[in-house]
Design a protein around this ligand. Structure first.
Ligand code: SF4
Length: 121
């Protein structure tokens, strides 16, 4: 996980602070960790350069599959604030997931399958 934090949080997360230990977990990072079990993704993620351009076109589904399960969802993520209009950035993990889905490197269905979510979102 420490290596992944370097790769995702340090490179892509605006909230990252060196040596800061978080008591809670950002679900974006956990989803990336689960996705990385697919070997082919590791190299792609490793080569992503910040800043990533995203449009959040899959946000409706990703907010349910990723953010709703995040420790910061209720209180602690301005991006998920009900009044937010995408001016506040998401965490690095969510940014990377959004990018990978928008570039069709992974599909939203892949992520739903990962968590055995079969209902329509
Ligand atoms: S964008 Fe916010 S709520 Fe969504 S996974 Fe990241 S920290 Fe959690």
């Amino acid at each position: 996980m420490e290596e992944l934090k370097e790769l995702i949080c340090k490179t892509h997360c605006i909230f990252y602070k060196e040596n800061k230990k978080e008591e809670y977990s950002c679900k974006g990072l956990i989803v990336i960790e689960d996705l990385l079990e697919r070997g082919s993704l590791a190299k792609i993620i490793d080569e992503l350069k910040a800043p990533l351009e995203v449009t959040f076109k899959h946000d409706r589904v990703l907010s349910e599959v990723v953010c709703r399960r995040c420790d910061f969802f209720i209180d602690g993520c301005d991006f998920r604030d009900t009044k937010c209009s995408y001016e506040a950035p998401p965490c690095g993990g969510f940014l990377v997931i959004s990018y990978l889905t928008e570039k069709k490197i992974i599909s939203v269905e892949d992520i739903k399958r990962l968590y055995a979510i079969s209902y329509r979102l």
